[in-house]
Design a protein around this ligand. Structure first.
Ligand code: PMP
Length: 433
């Protein structure tokens, strides 16, 4: 039975986890579940991966923890070099942390310290999208565009200038260019009103996750935002905590559009559920400005410890050597085609969107008017429970666009096979029925 001593809420019907293998998980009653959402879009290489287990044990046999002010570790140096290669050298400095929120928090601090070191201390404000999710620590929460999460902390969070995120669902295909133009104009005007000389950075997720059900940017939008940042002299931070590490069919989602950020936050897929490791990457010249000014004043105890780095290296090796990025593209296309079939079959699917193995399904009451289900129905929750009863795990969310609208994410591990995609879709179909 779930313990009453746990601080967070667990439901009475919450199963106890027993073990997991590949894309499957079992509870202590012997029921099997297909992990159609990689836990929290985290377990990118699936569960119980032999290579990662072996690498972790090998590192444990040597040393699990060393503190970065006392020792460097070869695994941390190797992992950092490897990650720079993944960005094709566009971002050439790496700072390790332990979670997505810490990675975003580190990005905020680097941006701020950069402008202080550069002699532009007035640049202290951040611009971010609504809806969006950037984490639970007070800095990252301040960037998050979701009213109910922000509300209790408004007086004590960083706060940011919120601008609308592009919404390709509520606008017909033909209106997309006009929609992007309008969103960019609104964004420009908000930045001008705030005072461009006060801006430190613009923060966005190139492909949204929990907050938007895999809403994506497009080329015109990303080019437009990059141009605004350059014109106003502020930095562009991308939050790829969820979309990074191969999930979208590129190592990082921004690579689909060829528009690199100045600072990048990543987390979930880097440790792939085996050990908490996350990172902030940045352009070398930013980091040098800060270090010339006295060093980056930030850090967490567990940051970059050898066990974490050995885990990250083994995960990257697995993705690389098992061609999981190619598999993500191929199975992502298959998943998308199968979900599109379901969208034709069920009126409650308003839109299927996303890229690679990051696919979101928006649920609506009426596909013609795009009217959402009533908020108190919790359609996202009902569908997720029905799927779980059938042995399928999916990731539920109420869309964060002003509390209206529901979506679920279907994001299986990048190791998924075509047959397993078919199994996922069959169970999802049955749940929708
Ligand atoms: N940014 C994004 C885009 C996320 O999806 C999340 C987690 N869902 C976070 C930041 C925060 O990461 P963590 O929960 O590891 O702190």
């Amino acid at each position: 039975m779930p313990s009453n001593a746990l601080f967070y809420l667990t439901r009475d019907d919450m199963p106890l986890v027993s073990h997991a293998d590949g894309i499957y998980m079992w509870d202590t009653q012997g029921r099997r579940y297909i992990d159609g959402c990689s836990g929290a879009i985290t377990c990118n290489i699936g569960h119980n991966h032999p290579r990662v287990k072996e690498a972790m044990v090998r590192q444990l046999d040597k040393v699990a923890f060393s503190y970065r002010t006392q020792f460097e570790s070869q695994v941390a140096l190797d992992l950092a070099d490897r990650m720079v290669e993944l960005t094709r050298g566009e971002l050439d400095k790496v700072f390790f942390v332990g979670s997505g929120s810490e990675a975003v928090e580190s990005a905020i601090k680097l941006a701020r310290q950069y402008f202080v070191a550069k002699g532009e201390p007035q640049r202290s404000r951040f611009v971010s999208l609504r809806p969006s999710y950037h984490g639970s620590t007070l800095g990252a929460l301040g960037l998050t565009g979701y009213e109910p999460l922000e509300a209790p902390y408004k007086a004590i969070t960083l706060g940011s200038i919120k601008v609308p995120s592009p919404d390709f669902y509520r606008y017909e295909e033909t209106d997309i260019d006009a929609h992007i133009d309008a969103v960019l104009k609104q964004t420009e005007s908000a930045m001008l009103t705030a005072g461009p000389e006060t801006l430190a950075a613009f923060v966005l997720e190139p492909v949204g996750g929990a907050s938007t059900g895999a809403r994506m940017v497009n080329q015109a939008y990303l080019d437009g935002i990059r141009a605004l940042c350059d014109r106003f002299g502020c930095l562009l931070i991308m939050d790829e905590v969820l979309s990074g590490m191969g999930r979208t069919g590129e190592w990082f989602a921004y690579q689909h559009w060829g528009v690199a950020p100045d600072i990048l936050a990543m987390a979930k897929g880097l440790g792939s559920g085996y050990y908490p490791i996350a990172a902030m990457m940045a352009r070398g010249d930013l980091v040098e400005t800060v270090t010339d000014g006295g060093g980056f004043m930030h850090g967490h105890t567990y940051a970059g410890n050898p066990l974490a780095c050995a885990t990250g290296l083994a995960v990257i090796d697995a993705i690389d050597e098992e061609n999981l990025i190619d598999n993500t593209r191929e199975q992502g296309r298959h998943l998308r085609a199968r979900l599109d079939e379901l969208a034709d079959k069920y009126g409650c699917i308003g839109q299927v969107r996303g890229i690679g193995l990051l696919q979101g399904v928006e649920l609506v009451r009426d596909p013609t008017t795009k009217e959402p289900f009533p908020a108190d129905l919790n359609a996202f929750d009902i569908l997720t429970r029905l799927a779980k009863q059938r042995g399928l795990l999916i990731y539920p969310r109420r869309s964060l666009n002003g509390l209206r609208g529901d979506h679920v994410l279907i994001t299986p591990p990048l190791t998924v096979t075509r047959q397993q995609i078919d199994d996922i879709v069959e169970l999802f179909d049955d749940s929708l029925a």
